[in-house]
Design a protein around this ligand. Structure first.
Ligand SMILES: [Zn+2]
Length: 714
């Protein structure tokens, strides 16, 4: 058993590369692509480097993973407070929120707390307390604290005038627009940093439309900016609100384009330091991309933004069957040479960026909400009268029940990084993007085995593995070409399994994903997940139906004022907590302090909870953490190896190449490693209903939680 373990998890990086290269060769043969060229591309980091115009993001991705190196039990940490919007993101922390749920931290900073009026304002803003309730509270407190104002608007310094301009909506009615500015948001973020040592800020932008109310057509079109070097959360640059989207794209983008053009030339000054500004990319869903670029929609014949092929109408759907369509170039776009693609010039054309290569295909919309949802819809409600092959993809009622039951059985095994537990397939229409991601990257390979036919299951794995490679900060660089070949094979085979009409825009878009990753970095660096959180946050700021835009402006201003009163607050975040004396403690660590929980930046290890104790250790593989020790100013993980470590699946490549394993049993021997050697946390999912925490001989799947790694490294 031990030798079997070594043969899997002890595999050297070069032999993993060889195995992947062999798998690439096999895949290429299926695709009829010359093997030699692709193998060279797939394993050559140089290709990844030279295809990029922007050396910031790929450099970031190429870095070896360095877990938190701070050896102290506590470390300074400005971001605190869990994200309360669990719909799409799980592990981001509030950027400028003065709050801590930890009593030790509160005690430590008791003497540094701001005045009562500032604390009250922050509390009211953070919990969205209504003015009526806050006014009542102030009237109760006023006799005891004479310095407090009686009016909640005075306490929160609510602005009474706003800079709003009128713009015409698409339906001819009047909408409203307010511009806050890019520089203003960046300066706010810089003020929250203790030190920023970089010289260049690379910015991402998002445009999107969302309905404000369920029962009316009022739409918000925010412009959001994300400066990843400063924060994982986007800030608002501008806000439009109207009965339809803006009639004039130039009017909507005028302030934005003007300021951004100036920043690209002038940079921004922070104190006496000049910072250069660069555009990373634009991250939007397909309708917003078409709107902002002023091109045909994704349902039009020439709707693909990356290639020039003419779509084919099948059953009232636009499909894009070719995988070798001639690629669009930035230069052709700027010349508008393909008239069938453009509605007219885009106001963004004056910016020095490529409007083809810098508008990424966002995988949250394209893959999670697009392809993954479409697959499930075909399995549940797909056509059954086409031909014998399409029948094979639709599940029987019994298989659907089995799938639901398997998903629900995983609820207690899902780790604390996931805000949503797996739920019944019957609730599919209410699934959020994170739930599709959970199925695609983690639970799918486990629960779909035995439910789908072998052919359909292996076809699903092409998508799952391809996207896992592109999500992984470690694998996306060297294996982008291999991932591309897997996704192309997925699209090609999908025609035969699900029919020609399956290859709609989203599915076809898979063939263009790897090119974006090569230029901009792994998928989570350019996904809409953080923006979607922000959009939902903005929507929640609207309390009354009348004048939504001024309401949002007031709330944003109150928040900014309340937290800037305090300046930078560096709350010591607890690295290790829940001290205990229960052991086990290996020889040589008898004077160490024992803890039950370790809080890394984007995940936590909890030895008392079976769903939160599996981690991937450098050069070892998946292990079960059984204790956390603080010893000689360093933190160590005490762990037990698994008795058996096997591949979870063999196709399209051995899952161990992705550090995904099937594991069983725990060895009695204790081992120890520095926390620095923990590469990631793993999900530990039972492979049969009989598996449970007490039955150590049951089989489990151990899968690294890859989608959190990009922020862990930041
Ligand atoms: Zn295309």
């Amino acid at each position: 058993m031990d030798s079997e373990y070594k043969s899997r998890s002890g595999t050297s990086y070069s032999s993993v590369r060889r195995r992947i290269a062999n798998s690439v060769a096999n895949t290429m043969q299926l695709l009829h692509v010359p093997v030699e060229d692709t193998r060279e591309c797939g394993t050559s980091p140089e290709v990844f480097d030279t295809t990029s115009d922007n050396d910031i993001m790929p450099e970031y991705v190429r870095m070896d993973f360095q877990p938190t190196t701070d050896a102290n039990v506590r470390f300074g940490f400005g971001d605190d407070g869990e994200d309360d919007n669990d719909e799409v993101s799980l592990c981001s922390y509030s950027d400028n929120c003065y709050s801590s749920s930890d009593s030790d931290v509160d005690d430590q900073h008791e003497s540094e707390k701001p005045p009562l009026c500032v604390q009250l304002a922050q509390w009211a803003v953070h919990y969205s307390v209504t003015d009526t309730a806050l006014g009542k509270l102030l009237s109760i407190l006023k006799p005891h604290h004479s310095s407090l104002p009686i009016d909640p608007r005075t306490l929160k310094k609510t602005p009474t005038t706003y800079d709003i301009k009128e713009v015409v909506c698409l339906d001819g009615k009047i909408g409203h627009y307010s511009y806050f500015g890019i520089q203003c948001g960046l300066v706010d973020l810089l003020q929250q940093q203790n030190v920023y040592e970089g010289t260049t800020l690379v910015l991402q932008f998002n445009f999107d439309g969302l309905p404000v109310f369920k029962s009316s057509s009022v739409e918000l079109w925010p412009v959001l900016c994300l400066a990843r070097q400063l924060s994982h959360r986007p800030f608002v640059v501008g806000l439009y609100c109207g009965s339809k989207k803006p009639a004039s794209l130039s009017e909507y983008l005028e302030d934005f384009v003007q300021e951004l053009s100036s920043l690209l030339v002038e940079g921004i000054w922070y104190g006496d330091i000049k910072l250069n500004v660069e555009i990373g990319c634009f991250v939007c869903d397909a309708p917003a991309r078409a709107f902002i670029k002023n091109v045909k929609s994704h349902t039009a014949y020439y709707g693909c933004e990356k290639c020039k092929q003419k779509g084919v109408h099948i059953d009232y759907k636009m499909t894009f069957p070719k995988m070798d369509g001639k690629l669009r170039t930035d230069k052709e776009f700027s010349l508008m040479s393909d008239e069938a693609h453009h509605h007219g010039p885009s106001p963004l054309a004056v910016l020095p960026v490529g409007l083809v290569t810098c508008f990424v295909l966002d995988y949250m919309h394209l893959v999670c909400l697009g392809v993954c949802r479409r697959l499930l819809a075909f399995w549940l409600r797909g056509p059954i009268h086409k031909d014998s092959t399409s029948k094979a993809s639709r599940l029987s009622a019994g298989a659907v029940r089995q799938l639901s039951s398997k998903l629900v059985n995983l609820r207690n095994s899902v780790s604390s990084e996931f805000a949503r537990k797996p739920r019944c397939i019957s609730e599919l229409d209410r699934w959020k993007a994170t739930e599709f991601r959970q199925l695609l990257l983690y639970t799918g390979p486990v629960v779909l085995s035995g439910v789908l036919s072998d052919a359909v299951y292996n076809h699903f794995l092409l998508l799952s593995v391809g996207i896992t490679l592109l999500v992984s900060p470690k694998f996306c660089g060297p294996y982008a070409d291999y991932a591309h070949s897997l996704l192309c094979l997925f699209v090609e085979q999908a025609k035969h399994i699900y029919g020609e009409d399956f290859i709609v825009y989203n599915v076809h878009g898979l063939t263009h994903l790897a090119a974006d990753v090569k230029q901009h970095g792994c998928l989570d660096l350019v996904s809409a997940f953080p923006y979607e959180n922000k959009l939902q946050e903005l929507k929640k700021l609207v309390r009354k139906r009348s004048c939504p835009l001024p309401q949002i402006i007031r709330r944003l201003s109150e928040k900014r004022t309340a937290f800037s009163e305090l300046g930078v607050v560096s709350v010591d975040r607890i690295l290790c907590e829940r001290e205990h004396t229960d052991g086990p403690v290996p020889h040589g660590y008898s004077d160490a302090v024992q803890y039950a929980q370790l809080n890394a930046k984007t995940y936590k290890i909890n030895i008392k909870r079976s769903a939160d104790c599996c981690v991937l250790v450098r050069n070892i593989g998946p292990v079960k953490a059984v204790n956390i020790l603080s010893h000689c100013s360093a933190v160590y993980i005490v762990y037990r190896r698994f008795e058996k470590v096997l591949d979870l699946f063999e196709s399209p490549l051995s899952s161990s190449c992705l550090e995904i394993y099937k594991v069983c049993g725990c060895m009695p021997t204790l081992s120890t490693c520095p926390f620095d050697d923990v590469l990631s946390k793993c999900l530990l999912l039972p492979l049969s209903a009989k598996s449970d925490a007490n039955n150590t001989k049951s089989l489990y799947a151990a899968l690294p939680i890859v989608h959190t790694l990009v922020d862990e490294r930041a």
